[in-house]
Design a protein around this ligand. Sequence first.
Ligand SMILES: [Zn+2]
Length: 141
Amino acid sequence: MYYNASNTLISRDASNASAIIATDRALARSYAPDKHGWSDMGLLQARTGLANALLDVVMKQYIQEGVLVAYSPVQCGNCNDQNLVDPDEERCATCDTVLTEAEASDQVRYRVVQQPMMPIFDPATASDTYDPHCARSRRGP
Ligand SMILES: [Zn+2]
């Protein structure tokens, strides 16, 4: 498990254990050291294969446990960047405008505020720096 909260949730209700295990990993993949790593229902569904209703229940439990904070992302009004951003960020990453006047969206995202207990290897987000182990496996036997 990447989060203690996951063990807590399973000990409370073991019927959701497989959903919790899948979500535990998906949330760890979304964590970023600046605490602005996030996930949303679409991403979580793709990563866990869980039904929306069940995910919704599980997300509320992780919010209660302090792993996640739900928020509505905002859109920068200056550069009209299509990227939605975390309102907790002070400035737009594209044009550096202060985001206090930014327009709220109707979407919901989950900010992953708790650090996983162990690092996760994810080829999709891993850096391009040289890793002898990866280089070997890419060449094949
Ligand atoms: Zn901007």
